[in-house]
Design a protein around this ligand. Sequence first.
Ligand SMILES: Nc1nc2c(ncn2[C@@H]2O[C@H](COP(=O)(O)OP(=O)(O)OP(=O)(O)O)[C@@H](O)[C@H]2O)c(=O)[nH]1
Ligand SMILES: [Mg+2]
Length: 142
Amino acid sequence: MNPEPGNLPPTTPTVGFNLETIHFTRGSLVIRDFGGSDTSRALWTSYYNASAYIFVVSAKDKERFPLAKQELAWAASHHNLNDYPLLILVNRLGEEGAATLDEVKGALEVTKLDGMRWDIKPVSAETGHGLKAAFSWLLEQL
Ligand SMILES: Nc1nc2c(ncn2[C@@H]2O[C@H](COP(=O)(O)OP(=O)(O)OP(=O)(O)O)[C@@H](O)[C@H]2O)c(=O)[nH]1
Ligand SMILES: [Mg+2]
């Protein structure tokens, strides 16, 4: 993981998925990064066979909070999924027009995700802030 500004991967909308391996001191994670558009989301169900799930939400994308809530609720009710840890990352907090972390938690109804091991963490894709803590939690769950 290299969160240095200027060293970020390209940010075109993800079509299909990107495959990335991230190395940590305690092991590596092979990550399939899917897009969040309507067509990309149709793909997700074919890949619900991972050891852990990460769901990234933009704090600025308020119109899509209901959709995010729906996807999370679906995941939590899906028997094959709720045995695995779910890390929710909230990006772009503190930017103009962004929701607060508590507002995101409320809108996504995270407390209703019972039966799952989940956590929700603030991160900045731009600076890498929060990623270490978030991935530490995830690695502890595996
Ligand atoms: N300012 C700022 N812009 C960001 C940040 N994260 C993403 N962006 C911008 O938001 C836009 C979308 O970023 P992507 O990384 O393509 O988002 P995504 O969630 O992968 O989108 P899909 O793959 O289409 O689901 C791009 O223009 C990014 O530059 C951030 O932390 N700060
Ligand atoms: Mg993407």
